[in-house]
Design a protein around this ligand. Structure first.
Ligand code: BG6
Length: 485
């Protein structure tokens, strides 16, 4: 199957930081043989004039910033670079799209993928122009990268423009968390094993915690981040997608829509926020100066391109519930933040303690920890008897499965996986517009409540786990965050 992949935003951050390394890895792994065979072309589009060779040199240099094991040798790059092309385009000019169409038609590839790795304000005009130029035939797929909107209204506006030129199955919305191996494993864990499903419900589960912690600050993205904040950047998409994967009913097939229908039902079952419950169940924070991993870190307000009076949150912790028979009353705690003590993404499923403990001191409940990063694994926490003099004393033990080690082959990175799926037309790991809009609908009252709140976010020291109010919020339910146990 031949393909053309057109990258709008071909000189931008996302392209050289994530997409090119992912495409190169796929080439190296032999999963995109078309690139070596000349039947797969990558066309970068951006405003400035340069030749194919200039563009290849630009990408070659950018690979120096990629982690060493993922850098190409000269020979590898020379082979990969043959598939790279460049085309200057003024995105407002219809004739430039007509030129692009001619370039695509000359080859007539089986599949054309248009990847919008541009600033989101360009999504609508690009979609309109693509439609007008006829670059929207049945063999064309459009891939959109977040942020997809700033709120419900802007997300709907983008979706309307996409729908005017493309069908729903042609539009692939990326949430790169869905491409992470650990997240795909979550489906395998739940629906490939009989073991957990009978326990996966309110009768056995006390609470679920999703933590997406980062130790980095906002770095060079201060202006973008300040317009965005942690709720839009991480909760509305990544954290909610993880929540749907945990809480969804078993789909009847592995078809993309069977899965996405179930995920949508979860989003629709989330307890709606009101102005009062936002105050009670959502904590927002902003980091001030502190120490992360032994290194001094400046506060958010001192970051480059961040206004000195910014009220943007860099931390969010919240409590919600999924209002259906399976989950009624089970708290789901979500938490994310920058400048936390570690890069640590995990989902903790805390089971209820045994109903009638007979061993002294044995009321320690089981928990399942699904680790997304830094390592990718599963931990099942149990208790066991040590078998020493007082064998009635139980001790905590854990079954620890490290997937990186368990599967000796190298695991495929999130963007590599998603690009391969997009080229092959596998839609399971892409977000449908109704899911995305429902997620915005759910966060909307929080955005409104914060807008109206004269108090800004609470502060927390860089290197801490966020404002103390986050621990207080879970303590109200008699719980603690996993790292406090
Ligand atoms: C992105 C956010 O979507 O996800 C970033 O915009 C964040 O702010 C990143 O740093 C985290 O992704 P990962 O894969 O490093 O956990």
């Amino acid at each position: 199957m031949s393909f053309d992949l057109v990258l709008f935003g071909g000189t931008g951050d996302l392209t050289w930081r994530k997409l090119m390394p992912a495409l190169f890895q796929a080439h190296r792994h032999g999963t995109l043989p078309q690139l070596a065979m000349g039947t797969g072309r990558i066309l970068a589009v951006a405003r400035d004039a340069r030749s194919d060779d200039d563009y290849r040199s630009f990408i070659r240099q950018k690979f120096a910033d990629v982690e060493p094991s993922k850098q190409p040798s000269d020979a590898e790059f020379a082979e990969f670079a043959q598939a790279l092309h460049y085309r200057p385009m003024d995105l407002a000019q219809p004739e430039h799209y007509a030129g692009l169409k001619r370039w695509l038609d000359d080859r007539g590839a089986d599949t054309v993928m248009i990847f919008l790795a541009t600033s989101p304000h360009l999504f609508i005009p690009i979609c309109e122009q693509l439609g007008r130029a006829g670059i929207n035939g049945a063999n064309v797929r459009l891939v959109l990268e977040k942020p997809l909107g700033h709120d419900l209204a802007s997300a709907q506006e983008i979706n309307r423009a996409v729908r005017a030129s493309f069908t729903e199955s042609q539009a692939l919305r990326i949430d790169h968390y869905l491409g992470k191996p650990a997240v795909q494993n979550l489906s395998a864990l739940r629906f490939g094993n009989a073991l957990f499903e009978p326990l996966w419900r309110r009768e056995s589960i006390a609470n679920i915690q999703i933590t997406l912690a980062e130790s980095i600050g906002v770095g060079t993205r201060g202006d973008f981040y300040d317009r965005t904040g942690a709720l839009r950047d991480m909760i509305q998409n990544h954290a909610l997608q993880l929540l749907t994967m945990i809480a969804m009913e078993p789909p009847s097939t592995s078809d993309a829509d069977a899965i996405r229908d179930e995920k949508l039902k979860v989003l629709k079952s989330l307890k709606p926020f009101t102005a009062d419950t936002v105050v009670r169940d959502v904590v927002r924070g902003q980091y001030k100066a502190g120490t992360v991993n032994g290194t001094a870190a400046i506060g958010y307000l001192q970051e480059n391109k961040v206004p000195a009076d910014s009220r943007t949150e860099t931390f969010v912790a919240m409590r919600t519930e999924v209002q259906n028979w399976r989950w009624a009353g089970v708290p789901f705690y979500l938490r994310t933040g920058k400048r936390l003590p570690a890069r640590d993404a995990q989902i903790v499923v805390n089971f209820r303690p045994v109903p009638h403990p007979i061993f002294p001191g044995s009321n320690q409940a089981n928990k399942l920890v699904i680790k997304l990063q830094p390592e990718d694994g599963l931990e099942l926490h149990l208790v066991a008897a040590k078998g020493n003099s007082n064998n009635e004393l139980l001790t905590p033990v854990k079954l620890d499965l490290d997937f990186d080690r368990a599967f000796s082959t190298e695991r495929v990175g999130a963007y590599e996986r998603l690009l391969l799926d997009a080229i092959a037309g596998r839609l399971n790991l892409f977000v449908r517009s109704d899911e995305q809009e429902q997620a915005w609908r759910w966060v909307q009252p929080i955005l409104q409540a914060w807008e109206a709140d004269p108090n800004g976010p609470r502060t927390y020291a860089a290197g801490s786990w966020g404002p103390p109010a986050s621990s207080a919020m879970v303590a109200r339910d008699g719980c603690t965050w996993d790292e406090e146990q």
